[in-house]
Every structure is written in structure tokens, then in C-alpha cells.
Design a protein around this ligand. Structure first.
Ligand code: PA5
Length: 417
């Protein structure tokens, strides 16, 4: 199970203040555990059973079996909350027992969409169009481009290659009915960025051959932990209280850092979850990520020595799942590493970074047992629950996103909508 700990050699984090904030926030934790009535339209993820219980898991698997039998690739068309969670797991675990997932509908670049279309040549293709409100530009025009490709490839039979995941009763379902597409519901009671444990995140992963039952199992175990602990023993409270306390002290940027580049897409999921949920009313930490060790050679200078606005949350994977031992007799100056495994060298780099950075500012570490589906389930649930809790402590509504509308108004005007 995921563990969280704090390392602070800078002396800047006062744990008594963290404990006081957690104590004061005890009623908030109680409300978050219960799920507040005012957010009833956004809490469909809270009880994992609702969208990742036996009935739905079987439904995703059944449809995924059909796709696996008939396709080489599934193009997942979606943006933001509609694609990040599935992509996070797919790119971290590279499941082999299913179809290839290809990502589209997440940019407006002609080059990107052309490159997606080129990559489909010679493959049997299905698509999953995922959109809560089918008004977002990127999935809308991505679907147009893919639909045209499918029609050219399969003629009028193209409709059999289309699955849509949309809000029941809204335009995408109407389109599915009119055109004969298969339909999965986008949960009406979950906003995009909280949909990891629903058809949005789980169905594409089932098609790719990932063990979606293990994802659900990990999430349920994490929920159990969060629901049955109190105060700073609740890992999400420790996380939320530390980051809120650091925010109050002027650490305005939280960096999610990791030494497994496989977390890159997960980190993108995390930045969306926290940026969109907390960044409002002139409040909120700015979420960024550090893909180490690479970024230590660029951002590392600023982190260690620049304006003191950053604190760090590390993801540290405990179990080794790959191995390569350094050998050789080259006079290249690296003989001190002979016989050492890349895993061991990477761990040393993490420990050294934690030591150096924690002398400068407080650091949190989330110990992830291993890179597998169950641990991703734990991570998804942990961060979603903690985001709700942290947003409430901060005093914002974690489930809306009024700020993203501003540029859209101008864009639609320029485009003549
Ligand atoms: O979290 C959210 O609600 C958003 O980031 C959405 O996921 C994103 O804007 C995509 O929306 P839609 O699924 O309606 O295309």
C-alpha cells in the first residue's frame, strides 16, 4: 500500500502547524469521507463500486474482447480528463495482451492529426470518442478527421468501428443512435479529470490488455484506508495539510518528481487534476513535474538555487522490475559503477536528490510499491480523494473549472461559431 512521508532538513516546515491544520480540518475530512450533498453531481468516483464494480467491469471487458478480436489499434479521441488517466497507465505499463492505443483529439495541430492518420496504415482500426460535453473543439474535430478516414477505409460499414463514450441524453448519444455507433455512458456524476475509474479510463485500458480489475482493487483498498483512518494517519490528510501549510508559507509551486520516466503521462494527469481543481479564486498551488534524472540537468539549478517557491512531492517506486548491470573495462571514468545495476544507480540519484533538495525546502515522498495496475488504482484514488480534501481546506470548489471558458469565448468568436 502507498505510504507517505515527509523529509525536511531545511527546518522550514513546522509539523506542529501541520498537525494544527489537520486538527482544525477534521470536520472537513468527515464531510469528504461522507461526500457532500452540494457536490452530489461530481462524486460518482467516490464509491469505486459505482463505476468500477463487477457489473461495469464485466461490461468494459466484454466490449474490449470484441475490440481485441477485430482490431489492431484503438484510437482514443479525447482531451484533458477524457484521455489522461488511460494514457498514464498505458504508457507506464505498456500492456501487451491487447490492441495498440493511439491518442487523438487532444490537439489542433494539423501535423499531429496527419501523423496519427499515417500511423493507421495497414491496421484494423476502431475508435473510442470520449467527450462529456461534445462541444470541446479538439475531440470534435479529431472525430471528424477519424470518421473521414474510417469511411474511406470501410465505407458505410464504418459505423461498426466507432464506440462513443458520451453523456446519456446528450448530443453524442443522439449521434450514436442516428449513425449506429456503440455507446458507453460518460458518468453524469463525474467531471472529466476524476474519471480514471470509470468507462472513460477503464474501457480503453481493457482493450489494451491492462488488468482493470487490479486497478479497481487498488482503488478500493486505498479507499478503505482513507475511510478508516483519522487525522494525520489518513495519508490524504497528511498530504493535504502539508501542501496547504506550505502554500500559506509562500511555497506556491508543487513539483511532482520521479525517477521513472514511465510516470510522465501520470504526471500530466496529476497536473491537470490539481491545476484545474485548485487553481481558482486567485488561489492554488501551481502543479509542475520533474522527470528525473533528466530534468535535474535543466530545472535542477532553479530547484536548488532559484526563487524559493517550490516544494517537492516525490514518487518513489520500491520494487525493481527491470535490471541491467554495468560491466566493461573501458577506461572511461565510470569504473566506480562496475557491477552496479541501473536500478541501484537510479536509487542513489533519488536519495542524493532528496537529501540535497530537502536541505533547501520540505519534501514529501509517496512510496509506490511497484509499477502495476493495482498501484495505479491506489494512486488514482489517493490523489482524487486528496484533491477533494485539499480543495476544501483551501476553500475552493474542486469540481468546477470556470477559468477554462475565458479563452474559448475569444476562440469561438475568432472562428465564427
Ligand atoms: O476535468 C474536466 O472536466 C475537463 O478537463 C475535461 O475533461 C476536458 O475539458 C474535456 O472535456 P470533454 O470531455 O467535455 O471534451
Amino acid at each position: 500500500m502507498l505510504k507517505i512521508n515527509v523529509k525536511d532538513a531545511s527546518g522550514l516546515l513546522d509539523m506542529d502547524r501541520v498537525a494544527a491544520l489537520a486538527g482544525k480540518s477534521a470536520p472537513i475530512l468527515d464531510r469528504v469521507k461522507a461526500g457532500e450533498q452540494k457536490y452530489r453531481e461530481s462524486l460518482g468516483w467516490h464509491d469505486v463500486e459505482e463505476w468500477a464494480g463487477e457489473t461495469w467491469l464485466s461490461r468494459y471487458e466484454e466490449l474490449a474482447e470484441f475490440v481485441k478480436k477485430n482490431a489492431d489499434a484503438l484510437v482514443v479521441i479525447g482531451v484533458g480528463g477524457s484521455n489522461q488517466a488511460a494514457r498514464a497507465v498505458y504508457e507506464a505499463l505498456e500492456p501487451a495482451d491487447g490492441v495498440e492505443l493511439i491518442w487523438a483529439g487532444n490537439s489542433i495541430s494539423a501535423h499531429s492529426i496527419q501523423s496519427v492518420l499515417r500511423s493507421l496504415a495497414g491496421k484494423r482500426v476502431y475508435i473510442d470518442v470520449i467527450a462529456k460535453n461534445f462541444e470541446t473543439l479538439e475531440p470534435g474535430i479529431g472525430f471528424r478527421a477519424l470518421r473521414a478516414w474510417l469511411r474511406k477505409e470501410y465505407g458505410e460499414a464504418y459505423a461498426a468501428h466507432v464506440i462513443v463514450t458520451g453523456t446519456p441524453g446528450q448530443s453524442l448519444e443522439a449521434l450514436a443512435n442516428a449513425e449506429g455507433y456503440r455507446f458507453l455512458p460518460f458518468p453524469e456524476d463525474i467531471g472529466g479529470r476524476f474519471t480514471a475509474l470509470s468507462p472513460v479510463g477503464l474501457f480503453p485500458l481493457a482493450c489494451a490488455g491492462a488488468d482493470i480489475r487490479a486497478i479497481a482493487r487498488g482503488a478500493k483498498a486505498m479507499r478503505e484506508t482513507l475511510m478508516t483512518t483519522e487525522g494525520l494517519d489518513t495519508p490524504a490528510m497528511l498530504y493535504a495539510a502539508v501542501r496547504n501549510e506550505l502554500d500559506r508559507q509562500g511555497f506556491r509551486v508543487e513539483m511532482l518528481s520521479f525517477f521513472e520516466p514511465r510516470f510522465f503521462r501520470f504526471a500530466k494527469w496529476w497536473t491537470q487534476l490539481y491545476g484545474e481543481s485548485e487553481g481558482k479564486d486567485n488561489k492554488g498551488l501551481f502543479p509542475v513535474f520533474g522527470n528525473f534524472s533528466e530534468d535535474l540537468h535543466s530545472l535542477g539549478q532553479f530547484i536548488q538555487d532559484g526563487t524559493r517557491v517550490i516544494f517537492e512531492t516525490f514518487l518513489d517506486v520500491q520494487e525493481q522490475d527491470a535490471s541491467l548491470v554495468l560491466e566493461g573495462d573501458l577506461r572511461d571514468g565510470f569504473a566506480y559503477l562496475n557491477g552496479k545495476d541501473f536500478f541501484e544507480i537510479n536509487k542513489a540519484a533519488y536519495e542524493a536528490t532528496l537529501l540535497a533538495h530537502s536541505r533547501r525546502f520540505p519534501c514529501l515522498t509517496l512510496q509506490v510499491e511497484r509499477m502495476d495496475e493495482e498501484c495505479f488504482g491506489e494512486l488514482f484514488y489517493f490523489f482524487e480523494f486528496a484533491c477533494y480534501l485539499s480543495g476544501e481546506i483551501l476553500g475552493v470548489n474542486p469540481f468546477d473549472q470556470p477559468g477554462v471558458e475565458a479563452y474559448k469565448k475569444d476562440m469561438f468568436r475568432i472562428l465564427g461559431k
